[in-house]
Design a protein around this ligand. Sequence first.
Ligand SMILES: [Mg+2]
Length: 255
Amino acid sequence: MTKKIICLFDVDGTLTDPRQAIKPTVEKFLLETVQKEFDIAVVGGSDIEKIKEQLGGKSIFEKYKYVFAENGLIAFKDGKQLPTETIQNNIGEETLQDLINFCLKYMSELQLPFKRGTFIEFRTGMLNVSPVGRNCTTEERTQFYEYDIENQVRQKFIQAVKKEFPDIALQYSIGGQISFDVFPLGWDKTYCLRHIQGYNEIHFFGDKTTEGGNDYEIYESDLTIGHRVSCPEDTVKQLNILMALVKEIKERETN
Ligand SMILES: [Mg+2]
């Protein structure tokens, strides 16, 4: 019996370069080669509009079986939206405000080489906190990212929030170059797995699979077979290996 397999992809750093649109060669490979063998799906931490920008607008729902934005809090199956929850209902308005206020206060005292705008983005299931501000240019993103590697701005920020709110069941993850996410415990990318049914194997591909990275929990999950990738080209390479392996198993079964 042939196994039913779905390949689930992280977006930034896995299918696309950070915050960029998918390259035509990568997309062509997914749609014309991979999709012949497996169903394909995507899970990103960003909101649905950003993921649409990166993966080809409205037709995204025709290309991917499942589209998960915000770790799966915003979920579409065959283009139909599935029911959702919100962070304010989960942790309560008062706690949420304490958290927002603490982050704003912390950032107001932070000295960086430069700051831009949009320091906290409110999403359905998480807060996205950016010390440098989300409105920075691509070049400024890279600059901040390098500064952050040297100075651990995001790591230190997370430690401070944890210390301030030790009793709230929150989880933190550093994804991308300029921000980190704060969300209720369990609302990492494994959240989306509750929506995926009817497969023998879920193969997950992600680039931030080490502890603290936003692909860590889903990569380690017992429900998935994890693939660690370094860039979109590496994703293509690993898909080719997976397809060759599955083909070999199929051939062995029929012989
Ligand atoms: Mg990524």
